[in-house]
Design a protein around this ligand. Structure first.
Ligand code: 5GP
Length: 194
């Protein structure tokens, strides 16, 4: 069963360099990763494309899908005021393609996925230091001061969940982080096929 329902969960603070890392992993991982596209009620940022970065839903549509039991997990991501969730159909899409469903979700969602899919490979991405994290967050230049402060508080809160994940990876040098995660996936795949 496990072989058919492969899941990787990656969590880490927004601004930890996750987006770039995820893109690299999709191309470079030794296993086929199919990125789950989350649904969210937050508005698209410039450059973000509906159905590609996220499914951007309004509150009513999100809640309707929740009521229809279409999500495997959802959460109001800390301090954001917005709902985010993983649609069941995203897992199925990955599995039908013969790949691993790759979920980049927050710690609350990750805890729910771990309960339902104990076989999930779980990775927490850390930033090298709080200062470096703040620098990266500001460097992106897309968020207001209020949002930045909230994200810093969220990151501190999320860090408390790090030891609930199977693996922790520090995203200091991008190449190193990519290499470490590829090694994790390779060994998980080998263990599964043993
Ligand atoms: P952003 O708004 O910066 O794209 O994402 C904010 C946070 O939402 C990130 O920490 C990300 O991991 C989390 N997130 C994205 N999609 C999901 C999801 O489907 N479920 C949960 N629980 N969190 C998500």
């Amino acid at each position: 069963m496990r072989g058919k329902q492969r899941i990787v969960v990656l969590s880490g603070p927004s601004g930890s360099g996750k987006t770039t890392l995820v893109k690299r992993l999709i191309h470079e991982a030794p296993v086929r990763l199919v990125k789950s596209i989350s649904a969210t009620t937050r508005k698209p940022r410039p450059q973000e494309v509906d159905g590609d970065d996220y499914y951007f839903l309004d509150d009513a549509e999100f809640r309707k899908r929740l009521a229809n039991n279409e999500f495997i997990e959802h959460a109001e991501v800390f301090s954001s005021g917005f709902l985010y969730g993983t649609l069941r159909t995203e897992l199925e899409r990955a599995w039908h393609a013969g790949g691993w469903a790759f979920l980049e979700i927050d710690v609350q969602g990750a805890m729910k996925v771990m309960q339902q899919y104990p076989q999930a490979v779980t990775i927490f991405l850390k930033t090298p230091s709080p200062d470096e994290f703040e620098r990266r967050l500001r460097g992106r230049g897309t968020e207001s001061e209020d949002i930045i402060q909230k994200r810093l508080a969220t990151a501190a809160k999320e860090l408390q969940f790090a030891d609930r994940y199977q693996y922790s990876v520090v995203n200091d040098q991008l190449d190193d982080a990519v290499r470490q995660i590829c090694a994790i996936l390779k060994s998980e795949e080998s263990a599964e096929n043993a």
